[in-house]
Design a protein around this ligand. Sequence first.
Ligand code: DGL
Length: 280
Amino acid sequence: MLEPSSLQSYNQSIGVFDSGVGGLSVLKAIRAALPHEDLIYVADSLFAPYGDKSPEYITQRTLKLGSWLESVGVRALTLACNTATSVAVKALREQTQLPVVAIEPAIKPAVALTQTGVIGVLATQQTVQSENVIGLCELHGQGKRIILQACPGWVELVEKGELHGEKTQMLVQKFIDPLVDEGVDTLVLGCTHYPFLQFVIERIYGKALNLLDPAQAVAKELVRRLDQLNIEPKNKELPKFAEPSIAGRTRLMTTGDATQATQVMSQLWGEPIEVEHLGV
Ligand code: DGL
């Protein structure tokens, strides 16, 4: 098991976590926005998917990963999992003093974008039934029709790196075809795994659908929070912000099988990366 002491040089980095590999879609945006920061990513793949688990289970895992990252000395947390945000972000914010930036489905931008007035929100079962997401629909959705659609099986496809092929195409069409029949022109990708299916969605539906992924908005919010809070490093010898001339490091961990994760996460990241096992 990896001890926090073996990660001492990652003190002051940014911690990013998800139920699995999906949060890499957010990590990519963070890496682009903060090229000089050190990033630590944890994929909780042994315990994924979260979407069909109880709120208690999801909260317990979210708090566990949050406190592990805190023990390493990260200076901010990014919850790159809509499901965990929808049921556990309040508990996470109560547990930690660190700034927490949490992803949630891009319902407000979708309302601004739709021409037909019908929006589909694709997410996990827990996310679509959460008070959080129902509240976002009530807050922003006046005058529009918002269809909340759970997509069981999609997270598992991405966890296995099955982004193409007939099975993937069928499972994508199973949930999107009925939405298109209802007049949907804008789809909110309300789970961080789903942007990795964007290629297959666009192959099937062409440009007929607007696809909204809030990863860049999350990265922007993280930059804003780091800036605004002007966080003092615990270790005063470290610079307040990362050295601008040095490229940031990216350390990747999984609670699942490291060999499989190295293969799948390299595929999703777009270049070979090494993933370490984390036993928490
Ligand atoms: N990436 C997670 C999300 O954004 C997937 C949840 C799951 O593991 O089911 O919701």
